[in-house]
Design a protein around this ligand. Structure first.
Ligand code: AMP
Length: 219
């Protein structure tokens, strides 16, 4: 199963992607995580991407598209994958389709996670992330047991550079202008279903699984 998780920054794509990856035993591919790893390791790609990420705008398509095309050809994607944060505009969606069709593959489901803007800002501005395992916390709504330390692996928790107030606004605007049109694009292809992104992690996962099952029985 090849799945795309759509949704604004802070909608919970990363959190849901992890749970779905365990459930379906297919890898989660987060372009944001891959880019941040490149920034951390100071690769040529990371140095180029950082200036865009710090501003909250999209990294140029040629960088991201090449990265994803290579990743989905790896062996662990043979039975499927979950894309989290890609595609983020129509061009990326079109190139993805071409790349997949070259190997006889296609996207099976696109699930949008709906969260209202005010809640997105609230989540992103208080978000803290583990440097090592990527676990996500919120300073008020889900703080770690020990300040600054990950409950799961004990590593340091930090605030992403792009979770600052001005950058959050820029990222939400980019989402509305560039990514939102993908909802119509995938709806027309009969692949899109939306779930409510407010509630417990498990309840939202169940809604996504329900939407996938429903999509399967319709094809
Ligand atoms: P994320 O972790 O998904 O919120 O992504 C963090 C940042 O990485 C974004 O604000 C973009 O600058 C960049 N990024 C992630 N995915 C993409 C993509 N598909 N296309 C372009 N830029 C991306």
């Amino acid at each position: 199963m090849n799945l795309i998780l759509l949704g604004a920054p802070g909608a919970g794509k990363g959190t849901q992607g992890k749970g779905l990856s365990d459930k379906y035993r297919i890898p989660q591919i987060s372009t944001g995580d891959i880019l941040r790893a490149n920034v951390r390791n100071k690769t040529a790609l990371g140095l180029k991407a950082k200036e865009f990420m710090d501003k909250g705008v999209l990294v140029p398509d040629d960088i991201v598209v090449g990265m994803v095309s290579d990743r989905i050809k790896e062996d662990d994607c043979a039975n499927g994958f979950i894309l989290d944060g890609f595609p983020r505009n129509l061009k990326q969606a079109e190139v993805l389709e071409e790349t997949l069709s070259m190997t006889g593959k296609r996207i099976d489901h696109v699930i949008g996670i709906d969260v209202e803007r005010k809640e997105l800002v609230r989540r992103l501005s208080g978000r803290r992330v583990c440097r090592k395992c990527g676990a996500s916390y919120h300073v008020i709504f889900s703080p770690p047991m020990n300040i600054g330390m990950c409950d799961k692996c004990g590593s340091e928790i930090y605030q992403r550079d792009d979770d600052s107030e001005e950058t959050i606004e820029a990222r939400l605007k980019v989402y509305e202008q560039e990514t939102f049109p993908l909802i119509e694009y995938y709806t027309r292809k009969g692949l899109y279903a939306a779930v409510e992104g407010i509630g417990t992690v498990d309840r939202i996962t169940n809604s996504i699984v329900g939407a996938i099952e429903k999509g399967r029985s319709n094809t």
